[in-house]
Design a protein around this ligand. Structure first.
Ligand SMILES: Cc1ncc(C[n+]2csc(CCOP(=O)(O)OP(=O)(O)O)c2C)c(N)n1
Length: 663
């Protein structure tokens, strides 16, 4: 049992590493680590199940620093407990280019960082996915293999962000009782006291959302331990409101916004050294304290080796399946299943909307890949995200595969990231593409982290019709394509949809968005090809009858229009080829040769897409013809809207001919 004095000195090690690292970097946030050091010390020395020597151990407890600006708290903990990659040198290079100690914690930079945080509220919202993932995996593999907690440290900022309400409502509804959130209740944010902008009774708010919540003194180790113990035996998620002082120990800046986000300065740090009676120079931890921390970091070895013993003894099939899923590998027959399905589609030639094609592909995929977890933000019937295999996950049955996220696009996308990061699961969720704006902050983070989150965005253009311009995406394809490391797929028919799903599932380090139509589309890939043509990003779908005078590039629903324009142009004696472009990002990755060949040398290049032009010039050139949208859509039938906005085969053919005649 740690004495109070020992506890204090261990907590002070976090405080000094943090304030000294921020001082050296002349940048960063010392206030949070100084205020929350007691909470972190109690958690990491008495409760958290982890092993720094096996940081990826599947059944570890997860710790998520949602208030990512307090990154030095996490880096200090990782160093002190003995994560090998978090050396003192890394701490000394806090925030420097190339170090693992980035400004905010970044997934993949150092072990022990479970998710990228910094945009406030995201970590808290991810944690719903982590905690749900634990329950789902527990239902599939049992207590022997999956039984861990998810702990979160969130600040006032996390709780003020709107996404926090989506997250806590969902967690409360799903009764994620192994989710435990510490709120750093220090009354301070950047502008000053929180009361400048907020007077919410947070405890009442969490309680109203189905959580346990109570106030404690966040500097009293016994109160913290007591609250964690109670939370671990609760049947609801728990929020512990921890009263703390930002920058605790800084003589004049403690308790003020001056301790939030800038170096304390030499005088304040000297004062803090006096206050805590800490005479070690910067970056030196007294040997007995480092020992105590390293000992705490070894406490999980037994739990980890016991767990490994249970895994070794588990039923061989169960063990193999668990290991496959944790490794993120698809079942070995996956490619064959998709190939068979594509063969059938090319023979059947269905005329269905790509949202329906997506459902048909998912019916095949969900049958073959048991780790997919579907969902929608209250648009299940429209997004076509549910299949025969995916029954509802409820607090009484986590052994199912479908989440009704409610009307919470942002919370859904963040939870999808959490499910993905948890491991063992492939999560997808749907909404209308226009509302990708509501989910975008989390979609961006999935790209930054390089994880396999999948976003199903249906109703992808004016083609949705009567709901009108509030619901018709116009700039969204361009906006999503602007996110680095994000594959935006816009398949043209059922075959391409199956191919795009296949790529999305196989892309372990890149998230995907599937842009899907409401309206029916013919099958354009009528000949079976064993290769996944969509994986090239763009490919020639229809060749010209002679040397091409015109090349038309198109995506999704406009491929049919492009083929219609080609017929007209060919009839008028202008050899025309059509290139389907299901994914810009993948096309950009092809060899120069392939790209040149696919773009071709036709004197007239045209693109047809029912969105804005932005992004297309790199295929058609700035002098290319673009048939698409230049402003918002309108309310009307699809039959009215496409001609109204000039997106028809006739208009396209006319524009090409006008250009041909002017040459
Ligand atoms: C979405 C988002 N908006 C704004 C910021 C900038 N920001 C970083 S910390 C912070 C204040 C957070 O206050 P609090 O959570 O109370 O942290 P503390 O001051 O206690 O460290 C703000 C506005 C951010 N990181 N993320």
């Amino acid at each position: 049992m740690t004495s109070r004095e020992q506890h204090d000195r261990m907590a002070n090690a976090i405080r000094f590493l943090s304030m000294d690292a921020v001082e050296k970097a002349q940048s960063g946030h010392p206030g949070l680590p100084m205020g929350c050091a007691d909470i972190a010390t109690v958690l990491f020395t008495r409760f958290l199940k982890y092993d720094p020597k096996a940081p990826h151990w599947a059944d570890r407890d997860r710790f998520i620093l949602s208030a990512g600006h307090g990154s030095m708290l996490l880096y200090s903990l990782l160093h002190l407990t003995g994560y090998e990659d978090m050396t003192i040198d890394q701490i000394k290079h806090f925030r420097q280019l190339g170090s693992k100690t980035a400004g905010h914690p970044e997934y993949g930079h150092a072990t022990g960082i479970e998710t990228t945080t910094g945009p406030l509220g995201q970590g808290l919202a991810n944690s719903v996915g982590f905690a749900l993932g634990e329950r789902i995996m527990n239902a599939a593999f049992g207590n022997d293999l999956v039984d861990h907690y998810t702990y979160v440290l969130a600040g006032d900022g996390c709780l003020m962000e709107g996404v926090s309400q989506e997250a806590i409502a969902l967690a409360g509804h799903l009764k994620l009782n192994k989710l435990i959130v510490f709120w750093d209740n220090n009354n301070i944010s950047i502008d000053g006291p929180v009361s400048l902008a907020d007077n919410t009774d947070q405890v009442a708010r969490f309680q109203a959302s189905g959580w346990n919540a109570s106030h404690i003194d966040g500097t009293d180790p016994e109160a913290i331990a007591y609250a964690i113990e109670a939370a671990r035996h609760s049947d609801k998620p728990t929020m512990i409101a921890c009263k703390t002082t930002i920058g605790f120990g800084a003589p004049t800046k403690a308790g003020t916004n001056k301790a939030h986000g800038s170096p304390l300065g030499a005088d304040e740090i000297a004062g803090a050294r006096k206050f805590f009676n800490w005479d070690s120079p910067p970056f030196e931890i007294p040997a007995d304290i480092l020992d105590a921390w390293r000992t705490a970091g070894k406490a999980g070895v037994k739990a980890r080796t016991d767990w490994e013993g249970r895994l070794a003894k588990a039923d061989a099939k169960l063990k193999a399946e668990f290991e496959r899923r944790l490794a993120g590998k698809l079942p070995s027959n996956f490619d064959a299943v998709i190939a068979d399905y594509k063969k059938k589609l090319s023979a059947d030639k269905p005329k269905v909307a790509t949202r329906k094609s997506s459902e048909m592909a998912l019916e095949v995929i969900n049958g073959a890949v048991p780790e997919t977890i579907g969902g929608s933000a209250d648009l299940t019937g429209s997004n076509n995200t549910k299949t025969s295999q995916t029954k509802n996950i409820t607090p009484d049955d986590y052994g199912q595969r479908y989440v009704h996220y409610g009307i919470r696009e942002h919370g859904m996308a963040a939870a999808i990231n959490g499910l993905t990061l948890h491991g063992g699961l492939i999560a997808y969720g749907g909404t209308f593409m226009c509302f990708s704006d509501y989910a975008r902050p989390s979609m961006r983070l999935s790209s930054l982290m390089g994880i396999r989150s999948i976003f199903v965005m249906t109703h992808d253009s004016i083609g949705l019709g009567e709901d009108g311009p509030t619901h018709q995406p116009v700039e969204h394809l361009a906006a999503l394509r602007a996110i680095p490391n994000h594959n935006v797929f816009r398949p043209a028919d059922a075959v391409e949809t199956a191919e795009c799903w296949q790529i999305a599932l196989e892309s372990e380090k890149t998230p995907s968005t599937l842009a899907l139509t409401r309206q029916n589309l013919p099958t354009v890939r009528t000949e079976f090809s064993p290769e996944n043509l969509s994986s090239q990003g763009a490919y020639e779908l229809a060749a010209a009858s002679g040397e091409a005078a015109v090349t038309i590039f198109a995506t999704g629903s406009e491929v049919e229009i492009a083929l219609g324009a080609r017929d007209l142009l060919e009839k008028h004696g202008h050899p025309t080829r059509v290139v389907s472009v299901p994914c810009f990002e993948l096309f950009d990755k092809q060899s120069d040769d392939y790209r040149k060949k696919t773009i071709g040398n036709a004197p007239i290049k045209m693109a047809i897409e029912a969105g804005i032009r932005q992004g297309w010039d790199h295929l058609i050139g700035s002098d290319g013809i673009f048939i698409g949208m230049t402003g918002f859509g309108a309310s009307g039938t699809i039959e009215q809207l496409y001609p109204h906005f000039g997106i028809t085969a006739e208009a396209a053919a006319k524009a090409a001919e006008a250009r041909l005649h002017s040459k």
